[in-house]
Design a protein. Sequence first.
Length: 304
Amino acid sequence: MSNGSSLPSHRRLRGTLLVVLAAVVVAGLGGWLAWRSSGHDGAGAGRPAPGGPAESASGSATGSGGSATPGKGSQGDGPRDRLKGKVVVLDPGHNPHNGEHGREIARQVDIGNDRKECDTTGTATNDGYAEASFTLDLARRARTLLQEQGAKVVLTQDGDRPYGPCVDERAEIGNKAHADAALSLHADGSGAGNRGFHVILPARVTAGPADTARITGPSRQLGERLAGRFRAVTGSAPSNYIGDGSGLDKRSDLGGLNLSTVPKVFIECGNMRDPKDAAQLTDAHWRQKAARGITEGITDFLTH
């Protein structure tokens, strides 16, 4: 009776062991598959290799946490981060409504070494496209491109003021923002046949509230970078009537430069009174190229 009764007991024990072993194998296989799919088996398992076809051109990729960060590479140093922490002030020259406020813009303000009008109406093409409209459109385009690279962008006016601001306030806006770079946008109103762009640098001025001693050097660097990139991107030649072909000019009579305490320059993007330049300035596609050239010039200055 004892031999006959022990045989079923052994069979039951063996069956139990087989069930337990099968469960362990299944659990282990499931765990290994989960571990592999999480990406621990190399770049090819579960996510693309850095720079692979599944990674966006801007450097976006899915990080180890499994969530994508738009516009940023895996190290947070993609193009959209190049200007992170930088402040850029864009100053669209004049104001589309200045003509409606003649008395206000005619009042004199102190620019350090002289007194000048608060602002002017600016120039226009022969067909009536106003400089103020051009500069505001260009500033908005450049703002978008700079923001895409992480910069904080401040506009001295965004079509949201009845007139101005005055030239002294334009400088003060950049100063209060502690701008890393400031740029005043303009187009010239010279005679027909005078073509091309030029960048205006601050001269050394130490008078009254003006003291450009600390900004002339970095402003020149900003101006040179800006002129180089603007020319390369737009295909425009430097001015044939100002700057001796260098695309650079230096002035001491502009309040926006005299009163600045941060690196600042002006750019005259072309001559609105010349038909060939006017054709460019009134073309939205060219203005987008101009905005890109400006953005690249500022970026070169701030990252080198």
